[in-house]
Ligand binder design. Sequence first.
Ligand SMILES: Nc1ccn([C@@H]2O[C@H](COP(=O)(O)O)[C@@H](O)[C@H]2O)c(=O)n1
Ligand code: CDI
Length: 163
Amino acid sequence: MRIGHGFDVHRFAEPGDGDHIILGGVSIPSPQRLLAHSDGDVLLHAVCDALLGAAALGDIGRHFPDTDPRYKGINSRELLRHVVALLVEKGFSVVNLDSTIVAEAPKMAPHIEAMRRHLAEDMKVEPDCVNVKATTTEKLGYTGRKEGIAVHAVVLIERAHFA
Ligand SMILES: Nc1ccn([C@@H]2O[C@H](COP(=O)(O)O)[C@@H](O)[C@H]2O)c(=O)n1
Ligand SMILES: C[C@@]1(CO)OP(=O)(O)OP(=O)(O)OC[C@H]1O
């Protein structure tokens, strides 16, 4: 069994620039988009980093550089599926994921189940092995000022069992 940790932050664009953000592959209404080379899915980026960390495979920027036009606007679920394939190649499968979205807004609660479903599908585990939480920082700091969204993720992986 091995543990991995991931952390990512994306900054909001100016208010009025954009009408949604994408988190866990879910489109969530927001008056500000998240700035990024990809679709800005900060939850999936933190999860990719946790998985890569657990398998000692470096980090997301090493595998998908933000200077590479192939990743411009990419759906981050494709990045996550690629990372999971790298783990499978190394003989690992995912045990469970826990994650925390740090955001003053928008409200994540109505979208958490859809995020869990996407994560479970892409990591090839049951939804019961995936947890997504959200918290504000009580208006403190850069997340509290709505300057951006941060995500923490932690995963366990294990050597895959073969029948
Ligand atoms: N962007 C967010 C932040 C929080 N939630 C939910 O609200 C609960 C209370 O948040 P506090 O920061 O006041 O502890 C939290 O446990 C989440 O369920 C949310 O949905 N979206
Ligand atoms: C996902 C990648 C690649 O498109 O770019 P961003 O969307 O900017 O995200 P970030 O978490 O800053 O870095 C990882 C990148 O290489």
